[in-house]
Design a protein around this ligand. Structure first.
Ligand code: OFO
Length: 165
């Protein structure tokens, strides 16, 4: 069974994944409203994935005899200044998620909870991928440029991004 401390940390991670899902859903809606339909699709899918990350933790905690807690999520931002800002915020956010995952992994190692340590490896790998996607997305803005049909082209390329990684 889970140590109280470990359960608390996993529940905090549930909150973080739920927050990611809500954040990306909000970004998806902004993109859709602005006519960036490929970016919107990418973000709607991303929001779904984050919810899956959250549910995976629900299952793990409860199967281990703990109690997964549905998080309160408030204060989600609804408006953004540009498409580029969205992808900057995603990278920033994913770096925070990676830190949080690493803290849990480190904790599990210290308390010799090797089952949770091993469960968390999936998240370690996933974070690598998510940071890479966010960095690739930002590179598109530098390579293509935002003038003229640049933003339209970037939106097209963003639509292909996830599948290619
Ligand atoms: Fe985007 O990260 Fe979940 O884990």
């Amino acid at each position: 069974s889970l140590l109280v401390d470990t359960e608390k940390k996993l529940n905090k991670q549930i909150e973080m994944e739920g927050r990611s899902s809500a954040y990306y859903l909000s970004m998806a809606s902004w993109c859709e409203m602005m006519g960036f339909s490929n970016s919107a699709k990418f973000l709607y899918d991303h929001a779904d994935e984050e919810r899956q990350h959250m549910l995976k933790l629900f299952k793990y905690i409860n199967d281990a005899g703990g109690h997964a807690i549905q998080p309160e999520i408030t204060g989600i931002r609804h408006n953004f200044n540009s498409l580029r800002e969205i992808f900057e915020l995603i990278l920033e956010h994913e770096i925070e998620v990676t830190k949080s995952i690493n803290t849990i992994v480190d904790h599990c190692f210290m308390v010799k909870d090797f089952a949770t340590f091993s469960f968390m490896q999936w998240y370690v790998t996933e974070q690598r991928e998510e940071e890479t996607v966010a960095r690739r997305a930002l590179e598109l803005f530098d390579i293509i440029g935002e003038e003229g049909i640049g933003l339209w082209t970037i939106d097209q390329e963003l639509g292909k991004l996830h599948a290619s990684i």
